[in-house]
Design a protein around this ligand. Sequence first.
Ligand code: MN
Ligand code: MN
Length: 291
Amino acid sequence: MEDGELDLYIEAGKIARAVLSKGAAEIREGVRILDLVERVESMVLDAGAGLAFPLNVSRNEDAAHDTASPGDERVFVKGDVVKIDLGVHIEGCIADCATTVDLGDNSPLVLASRRGLERALSLVRPGVTTGELGAAIQQEIESMGFCPVINLTGHGLDRFQIHTPPTIPNVRLHGGAVIREGMVFAIEPFASSGTGQVSEKPRTEIYQQVSLKPVRLPAARKVLDEIRPRRGLPFSRRWLEDSRREIALRVLMREGLIRSYPVLSDKPGSLVSQAEHTLVVTADGCIVTTR
Ligand code: MN
Ligand code: MN
């Protein structure tokens, strides 16, 4: 890690933690999702930091990658299991954290992902393998009668990069990467009352630029101008000016300049909880930047 980077990770973590807990406290029946998302995203910018990705707000069987659409009319309703997942960055040093707000009667489900996360965090130190972390997460979640989500994982973080090695599985696997001092990564267990496997829904609100090649359509070029300051970090459809953004996104997808992050869901009627922290590995353990 470069000189000064640790301080930036810690500062980003401090902002993320404060904003996430304020945002979580505002989630109640009848609140508009769009209002919550705009308030939380503004809090990050007002704190002088950047958004590493649009605030994810995913409910019930939707595990990840939903956010408010432009003019979104949806409101939180009684019984919702709400995951909010926040990414804050300072000069590209990212803090990624998430929590679950239960508007129903699902405290064991919420506890399961939290316990999985705490167990894994307690094990992190140089020499431990990612497979051992996954085994601990799986054990905690299954001991409470739920399934860990097998195809969502924690991930390494780097400057302006939200998904780098190592991958931190939520289930036991043999071997895996060996944890080393100085690594920065997020651990994010998901517990589900469904199958423990997510698949893509048609709904897509989050995108990311993946290529720099030129494009001819003026509307597409305008979107590229708008997202250039993201430096490859994900963005929301909601953040784009609305004139011709739909055609621009279609063209940019077709030309391979952007990728999409469709909403990822377990089976209809199931419920999923999530807990996430970011950490920096030290000589004998780790610093959890978002706690
Ligand atoms: Mn996250
Ligand atoms: Mn993450």
